[in-house]
Design a binder for this molecule. Structure first.
Ligand code: NAD
Length: 484
């Protein structure tokens, strides 16, 4: 007999232990073990999918009031516990306490938003081209959906997939990232008490290569929504295509932030620091290429260095910390390797990029100072490959036209920013940026939950997430003809 407190998988309303557990460490303090979380096997995936399939007929035809009430219950509990859940998130992922609480708050709002959205799902009625026939176009649930999520938004990303999936009548198997099982488990525990029937929502923790792979290849899963790296996303798309599964992929970014000569320098520096380095640069929407026109370039570099010198890198839970630790040892090694790559490529390390072994209280953790490269050029690897850490490089360009061309010269297309006081350039940029999300005088990172989220090119594949656009992926369209 196991209980929920063993941090087990949630399958068909029961908490099930796997063959082993994995410890989850606090990246701010490696001596602090957040918990030991079950590592399921393919048998847990099979059981979870079977439970979801069995629950689907009743759930997909259940009244929308019941679904709305359950989602509202989840949202309300998350908001009521935002401090506690935000601290857990910060402790296991490494973003700062306010950032953790902010993410949890956002997740609560997402559930409440979709509590309303499930009441608003609409269709169309059209006349037929053949007299005497009526046509109804309706949206129906897709079936059993597999949700595979990354470590960098441990609560918000699961929330923005789970909430629309359930709202529109689907059953769910969630496979969270190993690094952040604590947040995923806490969310699952809330969902398990929300009034949703057993089997409708299932949590299977374990390795991506085992659980994720089994989920993607399971014939009982109709659709996969994935957020993570381009490499894993590409493999998922290929596997899913073999069995004609619907796929939604949100992947990497190499987001540009342009600063024009006419920008307000203080505002531009603030938004660059915010979007490049906050959340330790571990946001898919973080700006990592700062494209600056030559008139403002020298002042921009000096102002960035001065502002970055004020940033406090420390324990994520300590009040006053600006930048928490990197989430894992492997991510830290990757960040530091790109510092070496940038230097070898001939960019100038203007500041930062140093490993800090300990917090101010002496705890061993994965700390590094945020790094700024100046005199970098567009073809350098530091400007083409996603680093996913607090590392940004500055590219000097002649004018707006060169800045736009440089911004668009990337295999990615998630978010792009422009700092300017010119309405002409702002208007042109909004139209001609090849990215899914465009920000004018705002950080590239930081988006609303009630509007579409997603990108172009190698950043995203399939329908958009969030807002009312989420129904595109989580429903399927039916066209019905009736002879009057
Ligand atoms: P990842 O691709 O390593 O892992 C993502 C998820 O996939 C995890 O749950 C992992 O266990 C699972 N997985 C691993 N191997 C698998 C396999 N063979 N089959 C199925 N699932 C498998 O990514 P990560 O390191 O967790 O997250 C960082 C990446 O996520 C970055 O590239 C970042 O840009 C991206 N990201 C994108 C968005 C977006 O919306 N575009 C948002 C957040 C993060």
């Amino acid at each position: 007999m196991t209980t929920s407190q063993d941090f087990n998988n949630l399958i068909n309303g029961e908490w099930l232990a796997g063959p082993s557990t994995a410890p989850n460490l606090n990246p701010s303090n490696l001596a602090d073990v957040v918990g030991h979380y079950t590592q399921g096997g393919a048998d847990h995936v099979n059981a979870a999918v079977a439970a979801a399939q069995a629950a689907f007929p009743a759930w997909s035809t259940s009244g929308i009031q019941a679904r709305s009430d359950a989602l509202d219950n989840i949202g309300r509990e998350i908001l009521a516990r935002k401090e506690e859940l935000g601290i857990l998130l910060a402790r296991e992922e490494g973003k700062t306490r306010p950032e953790g609480i902010g993410e949890v708050t956002r997740a609560g709002h997402i559930f409440k938003f979709f509590a309303g959205e499930c009441l608003r799902l609409s269709g169309e009625t059209l006349p037929s081209v053949r007299p005497g026939i009526g046509i109804d176009i309706t949206r129906e649930p897709v079936g059993v959906v597999g949700l595979i999520t990354p470590w960098n938004f441990p609560v918000a990303i699961p929330a923005w997939k789970i909430a629309p999936a359930l709202a529109f009548g689907n059953c769910v198997v969630l496979k969270p990232a190993d690094l952040v099982s604590g947040s995923a488990w806490a969310l699952a525990e809330i969902i398990s008490r929300s009034g949703i029937p057993a089997g409708v929502f299932n949590l299977v923790m374990g390795r991506g290569s085992v659980i994720g792979d089994a989920l993607v290849n399971h014939p009982g899963v109709t659709a996969i929504s994935f957020t993570g790296s381009v490499g894993v996303g590409g493999r998922i798309a290929q596997s899913a295509a073999q069995s004609f599964k619907k796929v939604q992929l949100e992947m990497g970014g190499k987001n540009p932030q342009i600063v024009l000569d006419d920008a307000n320098l203080t505002q531009a520096v603030e938004l660059c620091v915010q979007s490049s380095f906050f959340s330790t640069g571990q946001r898919c929407t973080a700006s990592s290429r700062l494209i600056v026109t030559e008139g403002i370039y020298p002042a921009f570099i000096e102002a960035m260095k001065a502002r970055m010198a004020t940033l406090k890198v420390d324990d994520a839970l300590k009040m006053g910390t600006d930048i928490g630790p990197v989430s894992s040892e492997s991510q830290l090694a990757q960040n530091l390797s790109y510092i070496a790559i940038g230097k070898a490529e001939g960019a100038t390390l203007a500041c930062g990029g140093e490993r800090l072994p300990r917090s101010s209280e002496g705890h061993e953790g994965y700390y590094m100072t945020p790094a700024l490269f100046s005199e970098s050029t567009p073809e350098m690897r530091i400007n083409r490959e996603e680093i996913f850490g607090p590392v940004a490089s500055v590219i000097c360009v002649k004018d707006y036209e060169e800045a736009l061309a440089t911004a668009n010269d990337t295999p990615f297309g998630l978010a792009a920013g422009l700092a300017t006081t010119s309405l002409k350039y702002a208007t042109h940029f909004k139209r001609h940026s090849q990215s899914g999300m465009v920000m004018v005088n705002l950080p590239t990172a930081g988006v609303d939950y009630h509007v579409p989220f997603g990108g172009r090119k190698g950043s995203s594949y399939g329908p958009r997430e969030q807002g009312k656009y989420a129904q595109e992926f989580f429903t399927t369209v039916k066209t019905a003809y009736t002879l009057a």
